[in-house]
Structure formats: structure tokens, C-alpha cells
Design a protein around this ligand. Structure first.
Ligand code: ATP
Length: 300
């Protein structure tokens, strides 16, 4: 079972919100979709789910388009949360999950399982409007997973959650992946993406600017960060060719360099001056890569 996206584009009026995305996500994979606000993530999700027709290109799950007849195979946590505030959690989930083809006993069993898991069993008969935003999100998440979808699309699942709830949800997402669910999610929090996904795509104004395996992307990414500590003045490093920036920290300096050769050059120069207490090269964080690739479009 594979999610296969081939050359999708979506044009609104005169501009392309999504402009040529192709990717494959294999069964059981966790895939990250990144981009600044307005980059085209939600529009892509809607096309994957068949809620929006692509202007060009195709999306298939297990070789077929996702039409309303196949919605029981997919789960969706939309960015704009869409629960009915006046219904109780139970009424809400009974309504939504029946649309996915589940029976009442199945829904009740799964609902109680998830309410226990999220440590809110007492919410069953509470109205949604009585719950905090974070707890409403747990219910919305349940509405995306109760029917055990094969493909799960999560649009900003961790936004607005406190660290405890965020971890709880992360664990749930990882367990679903372990059970074989294929998951595509978006997040503006790069640490979540680093923690969860193996492969990702980064969008800028609807176009992919990076695509592939996270570890591979980091390894092959030119810019590295070098942390240096020595017993003498290091200001001269700033003027070495290929140095992007230098920041002083409590224990030395952190230098961003164009590539490994520049780091080697710096290493040679400082060892000529005397004893080096620390010289450590780090791969860039996804946050750094995001800022570099998406640049002015990001409001992070
Ligand atoms: N129905 C629509 N009609 C016209 N323009 C739209 C419509 N939906 C989205 N857009 C535009 O398409 C672009 C991409 O929007 P989209 O919501 O997909 O971005 P996003 O990456 O999900 O952003 P965010 O991180 O803010 O959620 C934006 O410029 C948006 O204004």
C-alpha cells in the first residue's frame, strides 16, 4: 500500500497554491510536510483526501483515487478544528464514526479506549464547548483515528498543546505507525519533525525545495555548525573564506561554515595559534535548514 502523488498542482484564481509535487509514502511510514504559512500544505492534504480536485496531477492510495467510497480508509485531523460545540463527546464521535461505517458498539469500545489512553474518561458526556482547546484537540484526534484508518493525515497535530499533551499525542502517533498506519503530517515545530519522521518534503510557495530522507538531507546539507573553544582570541575566524556567521557563546564560538573544507581550514589556522580545547562539527538542525531554504517566507 502506497500513497503516490504525481505532479499535483492547484490553481486558485491566478496563482498556484501547489505547483508540482510528486512523492511516494510507503505503508507504515511517517512522512513530514513542511513549509512556511501559505506554502501549500493544507491544499496538498485536501487533494490527497479527495476533498479538492487537483488542477493537474494525480493522487492514489493503494493504486486508486480516494473518493467518498474510500473515506473509511483515511483519517484526517484538519488544521481548522471542526467539532460541533453543542454535542457531547459521545454524540460527536457516534455521529462522525458512523459516517465512516463503524457500528455503535465498535465506536463505544474504541472511544472508551482512547479516552482512557488520553486520561480523560470523564469527558464522554461533556459538551465539546466545555473542554479546553487542548482537550478538544484530543477529541478531534480521536475522530481521525477511531476507525483505524490505513492512511492518516495530520495537519498541525501538536499546535496549541502543552508539553505533556504534546508528548501524549506523539506517543499515540508513534504507536499507530508501529501498528502499520501510514502517516503524513505537517508541523511548524521542527523538533517534532526531527523526532518523528524519516522522510520529508519542504515546500516554498507550492514548490518542493527539499525532498528525501531526513538523515540524508542533514548529512548532505552543505552548511555545518562548528563549535570551538580555545585559549586565545578567535575573532579572526569571521574573515575566513566560507564562514557565514560567528556567534560568541559562554564557552567559545559557534561558527556556520559553507562546507567541511572550510571547517578544516579553520582547524588548521587555530592549531597554528596554540592549544584547541574544543573543536566539534555538528550537522545542521532542521530548524537551520528550514530558515535557509524557506527564508523570508517563514514567520518562525
Ligand atoms: N480556497 C481557496 N481559495 C483561494 N486561495 C486559497 C484557497 N485555499 C488556499 N488558498 C491559498 O493557497 C495558498 C496555500 O494555502 P495553504 O492553506 O495550503 O497553506 P499552508 O501551507 O497549509 O499554510 P499554513 O501553514 O498557514 O496552514 C495560500 O496562499 C492560500 O491563501
Amino acid at each position: 500500500m502506497t500513497l503516490e502523488i504525481k505532479g499535483i498542482k492547484k490553481k486558485f484564481d491566478h496563482h498556484y497554491a501547489v505547483d508540482g509535487i510528486s512523492l511516494r509514502v510507503e505503508k507504515g511510514e511517517m512522512f513530514g510536510m513542511l513549509g512556511a504559512n501559505g506554502a501549500g500544505k493544507t491544499t496538498s492534504f485536501r487533494m490527497i483526501l479527495g476533498l479538492l480536485d487537483p488542477t493537474e496531477g494525480t493522487v492514489t492510495w493503494d493504486g486508486e483515487r480516494i473518493t467518498y467510497k474510500r473515506t473509511h480508509l483515511v483519517g484526517y485531523l484538519p488544521e481548522e478544528r471542526g467539532l460541533f460545540p453543542k454535542l457531547t463527546v459521545k454524540e460527536q464521535l457516534l455521529y462522525l464514526m458512523r459516517l465512516k461505517g463503524m457500528t455503535k458498539p465498535e465506536i463505544m469500545k474504541e472511544m472508551r479506549h482512547w479516552l482512557e489512553r488520553f486520561q480523560v474518561p470523564e469527558y464522554e458526556n461533556k459538551k465539546v464547548e466545555e473542554l479546553s482547546k487542548g482537550n478538544q484537540q484530543k477529541i478531534q484526534f480521536m475522530a481521525a483515528v477511531l476507525h483505524k484508518p490505513e492512511l492518516l493525515i495530520l495537519d498541525e497535530p501538536f499546535s496549541g498543546l502543552d508539553p505533556v499533551n504534546s508528548d501524549m499525542l506523539k506517543k499515540a502517533v508513534l504507536d499507530l505507525q508501529r501498528e502499520g498506519t501510514t502517516i503524513v503530517f505537517s508541523s511548524h515545530q521542527m523538533s517534532n519533525v526531527e523526532e518523528l519522521c524519516e522522510d520529508l518534503i519542504m515546500l516554498k510557495r507550492g514548490k518542493p525545495v527539499l525532498h528525501g530522507n531526513l538523515r540524508e538531507i542533514k548529512r548532505s546539507y552543505g552548511i555545518k555548525s562548528v563549535s570551538i573553544r580555545a585559549d586565545y582570541e578567535l575573532d579572526f575566524i569571521e574573515s575566513v573564506n566560507g564562514v557565514y556567521s560567528m556567534e560568541k557563546s559562554k564557552h567559545g564560538v559557534v561558527v556556520k561554515v559553507e562546507n567541511e573544507n572550510v571547517a578544516e581550514d579553520i582547524f588548521r589556522k587555530i592549531t597554528e595559534k596554540g592549544f584547541v580545547r574544543k573543536f566539534e562539527m555538528e550537522e545542521p538542525s532542521l530548524h537551520d535548514i528550514f530558515i535557509d531554504k524557506v527564508g523570508g517566507d517563514a514567520d518562525e
